[in-house]
Design a protein around this ligand. Structure first.
Ligand code: SME
Length: 156
């Protein structure tokens, strides 16, 4: 197993291109979902320098905080609440350029300015978790992030 994630690129696409095979290698041979989620969080937090990276797990019809890297976060989110609960309800990826403009956004940190939220599905397409990445800059996320982050969660 590699001990470090190495990124040596200036553009977002190049960073993801370098990161993806390293994350793939990191997860290879490990079947435990929580262990793999934890390593994805670390790889993205430190490889891409995001403010907060974490998973919320679907448990008893609620989202419960799972593996994450970053500042402390709220532990439970109801379906339809916040960006995470809305992505779960809509069964779709949500990109928020300015969290203050998103109705019902749940502010775990005042430093968080923009956000991308990606549903994680099992083999039967049921949502088992929500992957949430926060930035301390406005409008950090776009279709490039969506494309690569979707590929990364599909490794789970
Ligand atoms: N902002 C999220 C809550 C989770 S924190 O960002 C870590 C939301 O609105 O669902």
């Amino acid at each position: 197993m590699a001990e470090h994630i190495h990124i040596n690129a200036s553009t977002k696409t190049e960073k993801y291109k370098q990161l993806y095979p390293q994350v793939k290698a990191l997860l290879e041979g490990e079947k435990d979902l929580i262990a793999n989620m934890a390593n994805i969080c670390s790889a993205l937090k430190y490889g891409m320098d995001f403010f907060w990276v974490g998973f919320y797990l679907v448990k008893d019809n609620e989202l419960v905080l799972g593996p994450f890297q970053g500042t402390v976060a709220c532990t439970r989110i109801a379906k339809g609440k916040g960006v995470c609960g809305k992505a779960w309800e809509l069964n779709d990826i949500i990109i928020v350029d300015d969290v203050d403009q998103f109705p019902e956004h749940i502010a775990c940190s005042a430093l968080s300015k923009s956000e991308i939220v990606i549903p994680v599905r099992d083999k039967n397409k049921n949502i088992i978790a929500i992957f949430d990445i926060d930035s301390d800059q406005y409008s950090s996320f776009d279709r490039t992030d969506e494309e690569w982050l979707r590929k990364i969660v599909e490794l789970l």
